[in-house]
Design a protein around this ligand. Structure first.
Ligand SMILES: CCCCCCCCCCC/C=C/C(=O)SCCNC(=O)CCNC(=O)[C@H](O)C(C)(C)COP(=O)(O)OP(=O)(O)OC[C@H]1O[C@@H](n2cnc3c(N)ncnc32)[C@H](O)[C@@H]1OP(=O)(O)O
Ligand SMILES: Cc1cc2nc3c(=O)[nH]c(=O)nc-3n(C[C@H](O)[C@H](O)[C@H](O)COP(=O)(O)OP(=O)(O)OC[C@H]3O[C@@H](n4cnc5c(N)ncnc54)[C@H](O)[C@@H]3O)c2cc1C
Length: 665
């Protein structure tokens, strides 16, 4: 704990029990303890140091990532950490690397798409790191359109093998993390061809590198795709390029849980939806939603603490200036982001529950909830990552000039985070998937089919299409039913409007194409409704701890009313609320910000992040920002010498030349 606490006064104003809020945030007392232990384990180990990361060359950074991954594994084995502890330890190491794809996609792909026999063979190797795997789906020419992939896997019955081949430049695998330099194996997605027929995309386990000397196997061309956005950041990852020249693999390395090729070359598809092939993506999308709340809460923690320390203006007589956190504009930009971090945390927990539930149903051959899982994971992934990426940048601006320094932690956090809007499905492409499902649901309403799950509200179509909000005072907006109704009516009316417009087009497809910008907005409205609903449900539960429930209630209202204020056009255009009711929502929002203000620092303390994990001189727990900023500056390699390299080559001759010219005048 810090010796000087510049934020002590802020912490003293909190009107709730921070320790209990930590439990609400983490999910359980056990979760707080485990996270705490793992965070401290990482923070106290010099190998996991990360304050010099943005100053390393790409090669040094990559080697540093390999070192950290190997050390993390050593500690996991030595300390016999559980899976939960190991996951947390890796999270706190906080450096993207091949292990993310090995554990996050390679292993889940084999678990989800491999037969029991295949799992028995491959998983123990992966669990012990005897092989390192990645997920090779995207190609140079095809990412979003999975069905358009070109790599082929042609069955050769003579040898009982598949021949994996990259027929064109655009079929080169391009982007897979861990592929460029680290992986020995990959799950490769390719078009399955047998008996002269193309059966579409399937997964195959392919060995890429020798297990003896790591050199690429014959017919395999491999490399890194080059530097990426920002310094440090995602450059620790070896995103790779991969080409196959008629590489042969045994038939039993096709992942055969969903469909099989027999020894004779017959294609057999099990009686399951073909979309189960996309299962690994669904799994990762749900984990990305949980990650969004982590990234967002880190940025918000930095911005809130620094805003409480930073002072500007407001002093007439040489007295202390005003903390920037007291400016209403700072609050109106920052507190909705604080509320969003909590909102994403709770919707992430719910999504994890949904995913587990759907997985259990799938095991029992019940596929009825597959569409719900797809819509929720795709939509929530899209909305939470877009908001988080924008919010990190907003937090940088909220920290003024110092936010632009690498030592603030925000530039690197942004650069690491922003590709989440693209990977695991471009956000626009994913929202259009949600929109397609919304349109399908609207079209089924007429036939009396009752929508279920998160679409159930659409069943109240008669009421929601004509209801009028009863809000008549600012306080009325604190009623969760008023909020819920306004959000449901807005989402449904936007979807119905789109459906009506599409129905006037020459064809459904043409109409969908023409109306896709409106469909995106309808999909966002639907997803925001889910987030608001899950937050309201959370607050309705019993939540122990002095004042904890009240704070969460306030944050829930901030989240909902901020969205209402920001998207007021939608609510007005659909006639869900009147301009006066919109103004009342904004009035209430201002009151809520005042309620959050004395609790703000304690609300970010409840995230329970160590200074190591935050990696920010501005977000330090003790708030002792200025000495840290000053000290950090001197660590820059440019300050290793007082006179810079290049002075004698470039600066001195220039200055001397000018002096000579002047002396001649
Ligand atoms: C602890 C874990 C830590 C994890 C850490 C991981 C670290 C992350 C690092 C980042 C790694 C990044 C990896 C990647 O990016 S991997 C590559 C990801 N690629 C994509 O996401 C591609 C996106 N494209 C698609 O998913 C599909 O192409 C798309 C859905 C857009 C279209 O598919 P398709 O052409 O087949 O289909 P249609 O649109 O015509 O739909 C047909 C029907 O299928 C339904 N559908 C589609 N997808 C799914 C799904 N996933 N699940 C269930 N159902 C699905 C769709 O609704 C249609 O249904 P109907 O026929 O009923 O209308
Ligand atoms: C950091 C990073 C890590 C990655 N890791 C992996 C990995 O491990 N394994 C792997 O296989 N892949 C990986 N990928 C690839 C990633 O999954 C793809 O980049 C992603 O799916 C987007 O596809 P794309 O690049 O083809 O984008 P494109 O589809 O080409 O998108 C370009 C633009 O077109 C728009 N667009 C595309 N289709 C439509 C449409 N139907 N309607 C409207 N607009 C559309 C998009 O919104 C976007 O604005 C990674 C990517 C990144 C950036």
């Amino acid at each position: 704990m810090a010796e000087v606490d510049h934020l002590a006064a802020e912490r003293a104003t909190a009107r709730f029990d921070v320790e209990e809020m930590k439990v609400a945030w983490a999910g359980s007392r056990h979760a707080v303890h485990v996270a705490d232990r793992m965070a401290r384990l990482v923070a106290s180990d010099p190998v996991f140091r990360k304050d010099n990361r943005t100053m390393l060359s790409r090669k040094e950074l990559f080697k540093d990532t390999l070192r950290k991954a190997a050390h993390a594994w050593k500690r996991i084995v030595e300390l016999r950490l559980t899976e939960e502890e190991a996951d947390l330890l890796r999270q706190y190491v906080d450096q993207p690397g091949y292990v993310d794809l090995h554990w996050g996609m390679f292993v889940p792909a084999i678990k989800g798409q491999g037969t029991e026999e295949q799992q028995h063979k491959w998983l123990p190797l992966a669990y012990k790191f005897q092989i390192i795997g990645c997920y090779a789906q995207t190609e140079l020419g095809h990412g979003s359109n999975v069905q358009g992939l070109e790599t082929t896997a042609t069955f050769d019955p003579k040898t009982d093998e598949f021949v994996i081949h990259s027929p064109t430049l655009t079929s080169s695998k391009w982007w897979p993390g861990g592929l460029g330099k680290a992986s020995t194996h990959a799950v490769v997605y390719a078009r399955l061809i047998t008996e002269g027929k193309d059966y579409g995309i399937h997964g195959f386990i392919v060995q890429l590198r020798s297990l003896e000397d790591h050199s690429p196997l014959p017919g395999v061309t491999l490399g890194d795709i080059g530097g990426k956005f920002g310094s440090g950041a995602y450059n620790s990852m070896d995103n790779g390029v991969l080409r196959f020249d008629h590489v042969r693999i045994p038939r039993d390395q096709m992942l055969m849980r969903l469909s099989q090729v027999t020894r004779e070359g017959k294609y057999v598809h099990s009686n399951v939806p073909k979309q189960l092939l996309y299962g690994t993506m669904v799994y990762v999308r749900q984990s990305i939603v949980a990650d969004a709340s982590k990234a967002l809460s880190r940025a918000v923690c930095i911005a809130v603490r620094y805003s409480a320390v930073r002072k500007q203006f407001g002093s007439q007589d040489g007295g202390p200036e005003t903390q920037v956190l007291n400016y209403k504009t700072q609050q109106s930009r920052l507190f909705p982001l604080l509320a969003s971090a909590y909102a994403f945390r709770f919707v992430g927990d719910w999504l994890n529950w949904l995913y587990t539930d759907v997985t259990q149903k799938l095991e029992a051959k019940d596929f009825s909830t597959l569409q719900e899982a797809h819509a929720c994971t795709a939509g929530l992934k899209a909305v939470t990552t877009s908001v988080t990426a924008d919010a990190i940048e907003e937090c940088r601006k909220l920290c003024g000039g110092h936010g632009y320094l690498n030592s603030s932690g925000l530039p690197e956090l942004f650069a690491v985070y922003v590709p989440a809007c693209t990977y695991e499905g471009d956000n626009v492409v994913l929202l259009l998937q949600v929109a397609r499902i919304l349109m399908k649901t609207v079209s089924q309403l007429a036939s009396g089919k009752q929508p279920v799950g998160t679409m159930a509200y659409m069943g109240k179509v008669q009421y929601l299409m004509q209801c009028k909000s009863a809000v008549s005072s600012a306080e009325d907006w604190l009623n969760p039913d008023a909020i819920q109704e306004a959000f449901e009516a807005r989402a449904l009316r936007m979807a119905v409007n789109c459906a009506q417009n599409i129905s006037q087009a020459a064809s459904q497809e043409e109409g969908f194409y023409e109306r896709s910008p409106d469909l995106l907005e309808a999909a966002v409205a639907h997803i925001q409704l889910i987030i608001v609903t899950k937050f309201i449900e959370k607050v309705h539960q019993e939540i122990p701890g002095h004042g904890v429930k009240e704070q969460l209630q306030a944050l829930c209202n901030v989240y909902a009313l901020y969205i209402l204020h920001k998207h007021l056009g939608d609510f007005l255009a659909t006639g869900c609320i009147t301009p006066r009711q919109g103004a009342l929502a904004n009035e209430q929002l201002g009151k809520l910000y005042a309620q959050v203000r004395p609790n703000a620092v304690a609300l970010v303390d409840a995230f329970n992040y160590t200074d190591h994990y935050l990696g920010s001189v501005l977000g330090r727990y003790d708030g002792d920002v200025y000495p840290a900023l000053y000290e950090e500056a001197w660590k820059d390699p440019l300050n290793e010498t007082v006179v810079p390299e290049g002075y004698h080559e470039y600066l001195r001759p220039l200055i001397k030349q000018q002096q000579l010219k002047l002396s001649r005048l």
